[in-house]
Design a protein around this ligand. Structure first.
Ligand SMILES: [Zn+2]
Length: 309
């Protein structure tokens, strides 16, 4: 598994942002790392890779990752499939960068597929020839095999957990009325076999978590690794930086300072924050918030991190 990008939408630094963090990165005085927009890639066999979402930074992220470079023939890619958690631009724009007639399987809810293919004609570039992209619908709550472009099961098994009923702002009211609310935004729990053995390891990928219900916390306790929503430190973070705007919870993100409390009892998994907004003070390794996160047993993802599950 590789973390190709770990920032929230806009990345870090963000092009139009002059917050304390972004300014310090630009002047070279920041104690911490810049980050590209959240992107994770997973594999069972080390040869075929699946992307969790497709970030706007995907081209540079692929080039920075030798495992994802073409290996055989003139046109080839180890990337064989994508799993979509939602229809947010930060999560799907990278699909348009994968349009060079390379066969690809895309797992999505039928609602997310309809938004992209029926309402956004640019995504037709992924459907120019037969078998260019194979879209496969999944249902929230069900477990499904991640399959390659040819339809063969990879050995990775994914369960989608419905997290939010909030569709992106660009989806019209009329369209939203036709969609299943539970298909708007999902988290994934992914099982893979360890080596040749029959034992499995379990990864949770949840970059946008608006609330922490008991049933979800129970699921997280059974995982080996959590990649979890680290967007904002506090609920009023953006309002404090910008003087106006929405709270973290209104934007569908439970603040990190609340997560530390609510998941303090979850001890089994390795706990990693990703999808970190550029305004989040925990990005600064000299900050109190950074120390507080680390002392609570959490890690803060960086671009390029790799580990075996
Ligand atoms: Zn900033």
């Amino acid at each position: 598994m590789k973390i190709l990008g770990s920032a929230a939408g806009g990345a870090f630094p963000q092009w139009n942002c002059a917050c304390a963090n972004c300014r310090a990165v630009r002047t070279g005085t920041f104690q911490g790392k810049p980050r590209s927009q959240t992107q994770v890639a997973i594999t069972q066999d080390g040869r075929s890779w699946f992307l969790l979402g497709a970030s706007p930074d995907l081209r540079a992220q692929i080039e920075a990752t030798p495992e994802l470079h073409p290996r055989e023939g003139l046109r080839q890619s180890p990337i064989t499939g994508v799993v979509l958690a939602n229809a947010d631009l930060d999560h799907v724009l990278g699909l348009l960068l994968l349009r060079e007639l390379q066969p690809l399987r895309i797992h999505a809810t039928s609602s997310v597929r309809r938004i992209l293919l029926e309402d956004n004609s640019m995504f037709g570039m992924l459907q120019r020839i037969p078998n260019q992209t194979a879209w496969t619908d999944f249902e929230p709550g069900s477990q499904f095999n991640l399959c390659n472009a040819q339809g063969e099961a990879s050995g990775l098994r994914c369960r989608a957990w419905s997290l939010s009923e909030h569709y992106p702002a660009y989806v019209t009211v009329d369209r939203q009325a036709q969609l299943a609310p539970g298909e708007a935004s999902l988290g994934f729990i992914i099982d893979s076999n360890i080596g040749d053995s029959s034992s499995t390891s379990r990864l949770a990928y949840m970059p946008a978590v608006p609330q922490l219900e008991d049933a979800l916390v129970q699921q997280l306790e059974a995982c080996d690794v959590l990649l979890f929503d680290g967007t904002f430190w506090s609920d009023d973070e953006l309002i404090r930086v910008q003087g106006s705007g929405q709270t973290a919870l209104q934007m569908g993100h439970i603040p990190v300072e609340n997560i530390l409390d609510k998941l303090a009892g979850v001890r089994r998994p390795r706990k990693i924050f990703l999808h970190i907004n550029n305004t989040n003070p925990m990005l600064n390794e000299a900050s109190l918030q950074y120390r507080q996160v680390r002392e609570a047993g959490w890690e803060i993802a960086e671009d390029g991190w790799q580990f075996n599950l």
